[in-house]
Design a protein around this ligand. Sequence first.
Ligand SMILES: [Zn+2]
Length: 392
Amino acid sequence: MAPVCNLMVPEQRRWDYDAVTDLFNARDRELILKIPLSSHRDSDLWHWLAEPCGKFSVRSCYKLMTYDAHKCASSVWKRLWRLDVSGKVKNLMWRAANNVLPTADNLRSRKVQVSPLCSVCNASNESVLHTLVDCGFAKSCWIASPVGYTGHLPSFLAWLGHIFSRCSKEECNLAATICWKLWTHCNDKVWNNRCGRVHQILNSAGHMLYQWQVLRKQVMLADAVASSVVHGAVCWERPPVGWAKCNVDAAVFHSQSLVSYGCVVRNSEGMFLAASCDRFLGKFGAREAEAEALGVREALSWLKHLHLPRVIIEMDCLQVFKALSDKHSNPNGFGLIIEECRFLSQNLREVQFSFVRRSANAAAHSVAKVGGSKSDYSEWRGVPPRWLLNHL
Ligand SMILES: [Zn+2]
C-alpha cells in the first residue's frame, strides 16, 4: 500500500495531476483533486467524515448507507404502493426502482454473457432507466402520452420521483402501466423478435389500466361490446371498416353557469365527416358527469340526421360510459339523461359506446371549448374548421 503523499508534488503542497490521472477513473480523480491540501506540514491521520468528532461509529455508518434510500424512499415508495394499478405492475415498478430487473447491465454484473446493447434500439447500453425511459422507442411512447418525456435523469428512482411530483394520480397510474408495456415489449423483442408500435403500446396500456379499474370497482358491464373497441385508449384510433366514430366531450364553465358540448365524426379512414357544438345555461356545472351525459344525449339526437349505419360513440368520462353500459339507472337527474340516451340510441341502426383517455378525445374537447364561446348551435359538414385541423 502506497501512502497518499505519493500523489502529491513534493515540497509544493499540491496534487500531482498526472499521477492522479494515471491511477484513477474520472469520477475518483474529480473527487481527489477537489480535496484542498494544507499549506503547512501535518502528519496524516484518519478522520471519519460522518461524525463531527472524526471518530468512526457504526451508527453513523448505517445512517450514511441508508441516507439516500430514506430521503426519497419515504415519499416515492409510499406513492408507488398507493398506485391504483394491478399487483404485477406495482411489483415491476418496485423491481425497476430497486434496479433488480434482468436488463443487460444487471445480467452482466452477475457474469451472465449477454450483449450489453439494448435489445430494442441496439444503440445504447441496456439498463432499467434506458429500457423504460431513455430508449428511442420508450422516449417516443412518453412523448406521445399525456405523461410526457422528462429528459434524462440519473436513475429510474429519480425518474419515478419526478413523475410522482409532477403528474396527476391518473397519469401516474398510466405511467406505471406504460412501463409494464415497455418491459413486456422489450421481452417480446428478445424472445420473439417482435417489434411493437408506439400507438399499440400506449393503447394497450390504457386498455390494461381500464380493465383493472373496472375489475377493482367490480362494475359489471352488461352490454357485450365488439372486440374491435379497445376501451381506455390513450391515442385516437380509427373505427373499423363500415363504422363511423363520434367523439363527444363537454366543457363546464363554472363562472358563467354554462355547459357546452362538442361532437366530431370521422370514418374508418380517419377522415372528417362532421362536427357540431352548442351550449346550455343551467346548473349542470355542479356535476361534470351530468354535463358529459348531456353531450352524449345531444350527439345521439344529432347523429340521427347524419344517417350513418353504424356509429361508435366515444367519450372520456368513465362514469357516463359505465352508466350507459349498465342496464339500470338511478332515478336522479343523471339517471334520467342516461335513460334518454338509451331511448335515442334506439333510433340509430347500430350504436356502440367506447371509453378513451382524455388525450384520445382532444378533437371533441376543442370543439366543446369553442361551443362555450359561440352564441348558438354550430355545425360543420365535410370540411373541418381551421382551428380543428391540429386536433384531427
Ligand atoms: Zn434502446
